[in-house]
Design a protein around this ligand. Sequence first.
Ligand SMILES: [Cu+2]
Length: 245
Amino acid sequence: MTGRLDRTKPCIALITAILALSTLDLCAGDINGTVKFKGKPRKPRPMKKLAADTACAAMHDTLPVDEKFVYAESGEAGVVTLGNVFVWVRGGLPETEYEIPAEPVVINQEGCTFVPHVLGIRAGQDLEIRNGDKTAHNVNAQPKRNKGFNNAQPPATRPLIKNFKREEVMVKFACDMHTWMSCYVGVVSHPFYAVTGKDGAFSLKNLPAGEYEVEVWHELLKTQSQTVKVADGEATSIEFLYAKP
Ligand SMILES: [Cu+2]
């Protein structure tokens, strides 16, 4: 039994090496990073106005909290990792047309909240807005560079299919029937964007070698940017640190 295991070891090592090679693009590089916040984090606040709406309140056992400041412990004293941050390459990319995914990006209205709260989409890509609730919503998209829309969406109706033609970071969405409802959509003309989870981590993969302006956006803390160099076959690590203004 031991001998057999020993013989499989080199084979496993070889397969691992081949797999590693196949995921490493030698003609592109990655940017991996973390977004953090230094200071006393704002506590998530219960959506009190939601409680006053009978139909919406009935959808929850406990009152949901807002997602304006989503964070986790970072391991460093006084510093937390920050979620719901939109990260994108703002400048430095070659003028190339990137194929637009055929699959739509989905926003759902669920328990009288937009899910997700922060998301990204390609300019020209379909956005499918669903109403998963047994109550009516009114989707009010408020872009500045794109065409806005304002559509009532009764329960059990077909999703709205929309798209934004131009790059715009960010487009705010609200619901005219429920003032606490909001979400933010980053519309980007290329595939190099991400939204951080609670751990603050993001990854922008397969960028051509070059020098880029990477920008981060947070609903309450606004924007920051950094110049980042990317080399072929390498991953560059960066960190963004917000502090209380
Ligand atoms: Cu609503």
